[in-house]
Design a binder for this molecule. Structure first.
Ligand SMILES: [Zn+2]
Length: 137
């Protein structure tokens, strides 16, 4: 679920919680695939029947590919959620996670040299307590 959609439907706090849970499912999947690869490698021998050798090789390759993909997905989701959380505190009243989507168009933050900050999609938000508006992303 995208950040803007998450804030609108379930609020930032629950969106953040779901991102952490989902990302850790990817981490668990990655670990299970690593165990599968190691288990297949442990019993691997060229003296086995050809079909078993091929099956073990296929399981190791598939397990390694899924392991790498899920680990990268875990790291990307976690990084995204943490960076969004760092920007979810109101600069005026310091309220954390008490935000809603604002009607103002979102602007991507830029460094003084013109470089954009991060790869978060810009989402305009407003503090529910004081009404201060800013952009996450
Ligand atoms: Zn505020």
């Amino acid at each position: 679920m995208e950040l803007a959609e998450g804030i609108r439907k379930i609020g930032f706090g629950r969106w953040y919680q779901r991102q952490l849970i989902e990302s850790h499912f990817y981490l668990v999947t990655s670990f299970l695939c690593l165990v599968t690869v190691l288990a297949c490698f442990e019993g691997f021998s060229l003296r086995m029947p050809a079909w078993e050798t091929v099956m073990r090789l296929a399981a190791m390759l598939a397990g390694a590919a899924i392991c790498v993909w899920t680990l990268r997905r875990y790291l990307a989701m976690l990084d995204f959620a943490v960076r969004a959380a760092e920007r979810s505190r109101c600069e005026k009243c310091a309220a954390y996670s008490a935000l809603e989507l604002s009607a103002a168009p979102a602007r991507r933050l830029a460094m003084p040299g013109g470089e954009e900050v991060g790869d978060l999609p810009p989402v305009g938000v407003r503090c529910r307590k004081c009404g201060h508006e800013w952009t996450i992303g």
